[in-house]
Each structure stands twice: as structure tokens, then as C-alpha cells.
Design a protein around this ligand. Structure first.
Ligand code: NAD
Length: 340
């Protein structure tokens, strides 16, 4: 029996999660919920996804646009084993009451505070904690990137302290109402919320974070300085470990990937379903060990990095895979993410 998955909120994350679910052998998409007709609703209809009306939308709006409606979001919830809530920040928490009343399991996104769910989740770092849970929160894009890196670095070399500066993209490519379009905006919440959020996944990790917002839509970049308690002799050992871990992509100097524009061009050239980059992106030239100090940059494609994590969260909740590595391998094979 395949697990029946509903996606509530069909925007940047929701449409990717819906596509990802349809590519997995052990789960099926029962439908998606949208508030209003749009080009994305049209694509959902073309892909054959059953469409349900949510969040104050009306069936009449959809039918006027020539889009068939299968019911309301309550009908969708009733048909599902699990709802992946991909609505905007704070809406997920409100929706949680509906899921609880319906007795359906739920996955929330990183825009919600951690107490929205029983556990916060990252597949590499704490897959087993989501086993058999009724509610799980997949952490945000930045937290996912840091938690993945921590799950490689901390067990092998020990973290005495970690300072990360998060250079944040101002908006997703489709968001024309966000900025800045010219400026570098410090986040005056010091340290930023990302550090404590990483600790919901890797408890006790000595990480502090700060953030600035810059006028780009492509990716975030993390500037990391980690003091290691058992440092490797050189960066090559560290890079070898990253290379042999799923969901990391390392660029060599000869590839001439100078920054996020080339990373996303690389993603567009890949023969995967979407021009996305679901791995943490590191550079050989951007990783250096000096004594106990590790310096590295990593780029994070905010629109897609959490997509495989949502799939693994479903598998953990329903016991569909023997362990995290098995689930990650299944997910990545189905999504076309190269697996080491
Ligand atoms: P989005 O705005 O692109 O998509 C949200 C969708 O939900 C929209 O289509 C909106 O119309 C719809 N919606 C609004 N109210 C609704 C309701 N009551 N019921 C059903 N649908 C409703 O947002 P997003 O970027 O996909 O973010 C979704 C969640 O994922 C947030 O928690 C966010 O913090 C998190 N997240 C976003 C990113 C990112 O960079 N975009 C990365 C990681 C995590």
C-alpha cells in the first residue's frame, strides 16, 4: 500500500514537493490545495493533480478559469494519510488544528516555529527521530544546509565553535514584491535565529549565526568558520568526506564555477526534472583548513533544498525504509540527485 500524500499550499515549495511525491515508488499524491487559479494551478491540472480549494478561495473562481475542482481542502485532508503543509509562514500552524481534528499526520515547513510539531527534521542528521511521529517540521533552507554540514563535520572532527554568516537571497525568482533591489541589509537580530534552529536538529552544537540580505534571487551563501577539536591535516580529507556523503556537490577549480550564477546554470543543464540544486554546494577552492580552523563557503538553493527532506520525513513517519541512508538513496534515485 502506498502512503497517500496531500500537499496543502501549492507555491514554491508545495509544487516541488508534489512533483517529488509523484516520482516515488512508495507514495501517491492524492491532490493539492490552492487558494486561487494561477499559472501554477494550470500546470497542476495539466499534470493531472486533483485540485482542492483552500484558504478562502472559491470553486467558482477555478471553474471560471476552466480548472476542475475535486473538493475543498477538508475533503483533501480526509482522503490523505499525511498532509505536507506548504502554506506561507504561520498559516501552517493554523492549519495544524484542522489536521489534528481530522486525525491526519502532518509535515510543516521551516516558516513555522519548532513547537508546531513533535520534532524538527533533517534526513542526514536525525532521520530516526521522525520515526512513527504524527507531526514533523522540515526545517528551513538555511537550517537544512547547516544541519547537513554539521552532520558530516561534528562526528568526524568535533566542533568547538562555529560562526556562520548567512548571505540571504532577497526573494525567490517569482516574488516581485520583495527586496531590496539595491542594498545590503544587515539583520539586526544578533545572533540570528538560524543558530538555535540548527540546534533543534543537532542539540548542543556550538553554532552562532548572523545574516545579511542581498539583492539576488538565485541562492543563499553561507560563510563558515569552524574551530575543530580534532582537525584533519588538510581540506582534502574533509572534501573527500563531503564527496562521499549524499546531498553534497563539490565544484573543482577547473569547472570555473565562480559563484551562484554558474551553480544555477549547472543546475539548468542537468538532465533532472526541474532546474534545481537540491544538494549543499561547496567549492574545493572555497574550503580551507588552517590548524584547528576550517573555513568554507556553501551555497544553498532555497527553492529546492528541502524537497528531498520532505520525502524522507514521510518515509520516516510511516516506516517505509529501514533507515535514513536507505530512504535518502531511494529519494535521490527517484529525483535524479546523483548519489555517491
Ligand atoms: P509560497 O508563498 O511560494 O507558497 C505558499 C502557497 O500557499 C501560495 O500558493 C499561497 O497562495 C498558498 N496559500 C496561502 N494561504 C493558504 C491557505 N490558507 N491554504 C492553502 N494554501 C494557502 O511560499 P513558499 O516559499 O513555498 O513557503 C512555504 C513554506 O516553506 C514556508 O513555511 C516557508 O518558510 C518554507 N520554506 C520556504 C523556502 C523558500 O525559500 N521559498 C525555503 C524553505 C522553506
Amino acid at each position: 500500500m502506498k502512503v497517500k500524500v496531500a500537499v496543502n499550499g501549492y507555491g514554491t515549495i508545495g509544487k516541488r514537493v508534489a512533483d517529488a511525491v509523484t516520482s516515488q515508488p512508495d507514495m501517491t499524491l492524492v491532490g493539492v490545495a490552492k487558494t486561487r487559479p494561477s499559472f501554477e494551478a494550470r500546470r497542476a491540472a495539466e499534470r493531472g493533480y486533483a485540485m482542492y480549494v483552500a484558504g478562502g478561495g472559491t470553486e467558482a473562481d477555478f471553474t471560471a478559469a476552466g480548472l476542475a475542482v475535486a473538493g475543498t481542502v477538508d475533503d483533501l485532508i480526509a482522503a490523505a494519510d499525511v498532509v505536507v503543509d506548504c502554506t506561507p509562514d504561520k498559516v501552517g500552524r493554523e492549519n495544524g488544528k484542522k489536521y489534528q481534528a481530522a486525525g491526519v499526520r502532518a509535515i510543516f515547513q521551516g516558516g513555522e516555529k519548532s513547537d508546531v510539531a513533535e520534532v524538527s527534521f533533517n534526513a542526514l542528521a536525525n532521520y530516526d527521530r521522525a520515526r512513527d511521529r504524527r507531526t514533523v517540521r522540515v526545517v528551513s533552507c538555511n537550517t537544512t544546509g547547516l544541519a547537513r554540514a554539521a552532520s558530516v563535520i561534528a562526528p568526524h572532527w568535533g566542533v568547538e565553535s562555529w560562526e556562520a554568516t548567512i548571505v540571504r537571497r532577497a526573494a525567490d525568482p517569482g516574488e516581485t514584491d520583495r527586496g531590496p533591489i539595491n542594498g545590503i541589509m544587515p539583520t539586526f537580530h544578533l545572533p540570528s535565529h538560524h543558530g538555535p534552529d540548527v540546534q533543534t536538529i543537532v542539540p548542543g552544537l556550538a553554532i552562532t549565526t548572523t545574516a545579511v540580505v542581498v539583492p539576488t534571487t538565485l541562492m543563499h551563501v553561507h560563510v563558515n568558520h569552524v574551530r575543530l577539536s580534532r582537525p584533519p591535516t588538510d581540506a582534502a580529507q574533509l572534501l573527500a568526506r563531503f564527496r562521499s556523503t549524499p546531498r553534497f556537490h563539490i565544484f573543482a577549480p577547473w569547472e570555473h564555477v565562480d559563484g551562484t550564477p554558474q551553480v544555477m546554470e549547472f543546475a539548468r543543464d542537468r538532465p533532472t526534472g526541474r532546474p534545481d540544486m537540491m544538494e549543499n554546494v561547496l567549492w574545493e577552492a572555497g574550503t580551507r583548513v588552517e590548524g584547528s580552523d576550517l573555513y568554507f563557503f556553501q551555497a544553498i538553493h532555497q527553492e529546492s533544498i528541502v524537497v528531498p527532506e520532505n520525502i524522507d520525513a514521510i518515509r520516516a513517519m510511516f516506516g517505509l525504509a529501514p533507515d535514513g541512508p536507505a530512504s535518502i538513496a531511494m529519494t535521490d534515485r527517484a529525483l535524479g540527485i546523483p548519489h555517491p
